[in-house]
Write a protein that binds this ligand. Structure first.
Ligand code: NAP
Length: 482
């Protein structure tokens, strides 16, 4: 514990929480505090509050009182015991409340009662089931008369962990290591410091983010935050998990209240956001899907950078001496008939390419073919198609199934352009096979970075640092992870 503590202080942690309930065996509070390398909060959490302490309540409170007597900087006292443990010496009192199932309706009343418990800091940590729980929590932090650390747990709640400081919270909680999360949705100290620049966020910091459900391991926060930082912009990019049922509230209330200026949009919202947009660009109109929203004076403007990125990648790969290639009359075989296939197929149609679609589910392929004037072949007959371009818009070959390919190597010809939209790994088996058959290739990573660079331009008005974004992305999908 002390070695970790010293390490964190070296990394810049100004305050470290020592969780006595995580210590196996007898706890010597005096020795623990004597050896501390920096200021600490002492916490000994009961099982019913999500901790691990299973001894008697008298013994637990004795540990807390001993820490106060030893002059610890902060002591965490749950709101139901705080009145029974009086202030002593210089120790500051963190009055805490946890709810692991929801954010209670009477949060504001509860918080007001906690402020009256001789609190130096109030800590409220509740589970967010809705995006509006985050907004309520951050409003509470902003308006509080006592410094308040307000956190919503779970991955819906992650934005509160990042934005609490911007709303006036005296500190936030992060974990030492990603394998040692003490609460659901918690970020690591390194993520908070290096990715989200928690300490530098102020009320003026402009907020951007990605909306998705699940939010999973979206790499967009890594690359956009790295780009903002490199360009010296006072902006932060946040992962917003927005369940389908919360989309309207999020776009109409939560995002404006949080001061959101721009959003990347991904599964499952790319089509459902359309009805909330005030204006859309030609690509959104053509494809019927939006992956970028810019908030401008109360209006929501929709763009589709996937579409432009895919077309830019193809045109760049086929261009000779920088001149735009002639795509008219060429034939493209599109594998898959989902969202990405739709963007690619519409782009190809505008360039008068003959489109052939092969998809596992024929009905989806039929629908797409009808919209772009293409033809459908059965998934089993895809190798029989003679084409100039092969574009994989299925997830086949994606990590962890890296030994799979959607197209047999022996049917690849050197004259073909092979574009695999899968970006993790960068060199999928299809890309490796295509290179070995001397085809021109476009990787999904190129498309992903291109669409992110286009988004960055929409968010900032500046050219995105493509090389940096590519490096950060490669590091994230490589063996080094945060
Ligand atoms: P989607 O809407 O779910 O569509 C996926 C398509 O792939 C569907 O046609 C689906 O067929 C088909 N498919 C799924 N599993 C298959 C399998 N095992 N064998 C054959 N076909 C299969 O997804 P999406 O949004 O279009 O994304 C597709 C892929 O594009 C993603 O996996 C991702 O790797 C890639 N992508 C890349 C970028 C980029 O910037 N490079 C951006 C977004 C997505 P059914 O209809 O039969 O299920």
């Amino acid at each position: 514990m002390m070695a970790e503590h010293r390490h964190l202080v070296k990394q810049g942690a100004e305050l470290v929480e020592l969780r006595l309930d995580y210590i196996n065996g007898p706890v010597n509070v005096r020795r623990l505090l004597r050896d501390r390398p920096g200021p600490v909060v002492i916490t000994c959490r009961r099982e019913r509050d999500g901790g691990k302490y299973s001894g008697s309540e008298d013994e637990r409170q004795l540990l807390l009182r001993t820490a106060i007597a030893e002059g610890v900087e902060y002591i965490d006292l749950e709101e139901d015991i705080a009145a029974g443990i009086p202030r002593f010496g210089q120790t500051k009192r963190v009055i805490s409340f946890h709810h692991f199932r929801k954010t209670p309706d009477d949060l504001e009343e509860l918080h007001a009662r906690m402020c009256d418990l001789d609190a130096d800091v109030v800590k409220v940590a509740t589970l967010a089931n809705h995006t509006s729980d985050n907004t309520r929590m951050l409003r509470l932090v902003s308006n509080s008369r006592v410094p308040t650390v307000g956190i919503c747990m779970g991955d819906i709640g992650t934005p509160t962990r990042i934005l609490a400081g911007r709303c006036g919270a005296p500190f936030t909680y992060a974990t030492f290591h990603h394998e040692r999360k003490l609460a659901p949705g918690q970020l690591t100290f390194a993520e908070m410091k290096d990715v989200y620049r928690y300490d530098e966020l102020t009320r003026e910091t402009e907020v951007y983010g990605v909306i998705a459900d699940p939010i999973g391991h979206s790499l967009s926060p890594l690359i956009h935050n790295a780009a903002f930082r490199a360009s010296g912009l006072d902006k932060v990019y946040i992962p917003f998990r927005v369940p389908k049922n919360d989309l309207a509230t999020f776009l109409e209330h939560d995002a404006p209240e949080l001061g959101v200026r721009g959003l990347s949009v991904t599964i499952p919202h790319k089509e459902s956001v359309l009805r909330y947009l005030s204006k859309v660009d030609g690509a959104v109109r053509t494809v019927g899907a939006c992956n970028t929203i810019v908030f401008e004076d109360g209006a929501l403007i929709g763009y589709n950078t996937d579409y432009r990125a895919a077309m830019d990648c193809i045109e760049r790969a086929l261009s000779e001496d920088g001149a735009p290639p002639k795509l008219k009359g060429r034939t493209a075989l599109v594998l898959g008939a989902g969202g990405v296939a739709r963007a690619v197929a519409h782009g190809l149609k505008r360039r008068d390419v003959n489109i052939v679609i092969a998809s596992r589910t024929n009905e989806r392929a039929d629908r797409l073919a009808a919209r772009v004037g293409g033809r459908v072949v059965d998934w089993g007959a895809r190798h029989m198609v003679s084409c100039d371009m092969l574009i994989n818009c299925t997830p086949v070959g994606m990590h962890p199934d890296v030994d799979e390919t959607p197209f047999d190597k022996h049917h690849l010809k050197p004259s073909m352009l092979v574009f695999d939209t899968v970006y993790n790994p960068e060199s999928t088996l299809l890309i490796k096979d295509a290179r070995s058959r001397r085809c021109r290739v476009v990787t999904g990573l190129e498309m992903f970075i291109r669409q992110a660079v286009l988004q960055y331009k929409l968010f900032t008005g500046q050219e995105g640092p493509a090389e940096l974004m590519r490096d950060v992305f490669k590091r994230a999908i490589g063996p080094v992870k945060y």
